[in-house]
Design a protein around this ligand. Sequence first.
Ligand code: ACO
Length: 307
Amino acid sequence: MIGKIYGTGIYAPSNIMDNHTLAQKVDTNDTWIRERTGIVRRHIIEDDTTVSMASKAAKEALETSQVRAEEVDFTLVSTISSNIILPCVACEVQKEIGAVNATCFDLNAACTGFLFAYNTAQAYIASKIFQTVLIIGAETLSGMVDWTDRNTCILFGDGAGAVVLKGEEGGLFSTVTHSSGKQGAALTCVPGGYIKMDGHAVFRFAVKEVSQCIQELLEKENLSSEDIDYFVLHQANRRIVESVAKRLETDLEKFPMNLQEYGNTSSASIPLLLNQMNRSGLLKKGNKIVMAGFGAGLSWGASLLEW
Ligand code: ACO
């Protein structure tokens, strides 16, 4: 049994902070941010919370999947920025959407979180413990950045994305994942504190490990990058995506991006992008997609799926 994506949903706060507005808060400018990161604007919560965004994205994903909330037997939320510690976000989403039959818990793996949540869902589906799974990546990183630190605050944004998976015979799933706790100091946040990051170290790590990991996955499956229709990477920095494409000797057109619109939304970035590709009609049945996540931990991974 392999989980097939039945539908996607997102929620992004309507409040938009573009680079020009940000430059009024901190010593930066639109040109620098665009050139170094590709980011143009980000969505920032006003009245929303991680829970409310996760619930809205989940409702949309259920609607597009034509799956009733009562059919969901597992809800998994990936987040590092919950507005509450207890109960977990997944239980709050369950209450909000009426997924009364679901087992619910959260997962913390920073920007690799959605990928690890996807893999976790696939493992439960393969072992026939759960059949219909709702995975959500939801983040309010605006509350975790120091808005006076131009090294970090320009990068992040808020949002949520969700997918519904249903177990089916056939299909494609394979993954390669890694973690390296000894490199953890490159990207940290303590309770009540702000995200602290060695930008250069994270950049180098991402480019090297993500491309190697994708190569590992392709070799494992006896595929080449030509066999892959799209590479859906965590949306951290345009230059990271470009460098990975270059190392894989693959056309950048196969690497869709939406970081210009949302910034880095950590575990929400991959489902936000998948939803956009899905809604715009880019994705065709049978397309082979490699999703790749990377982030604090450090952790990283790549998973292969068939649309
Ligand atoms: N605006 C204007 N100037 C700036 C800014 C800014 N926001 N930030 C830094 N600068 C200046 C620096 O002071 C420096 O000036 P100097 O040359 O006079 O000393 C110059 O710009 C270059 O700074 P660098 O830090 O070398 O810039 P770089 O090109 O490396 O870009 C960045 C920095 C964007 C942070 C990059 O290193 C990066 O994207 N790293 C990866 C970060 C990332 O993806 N983190 C999230 C991982 S996912 C997760 O788990 C959350």
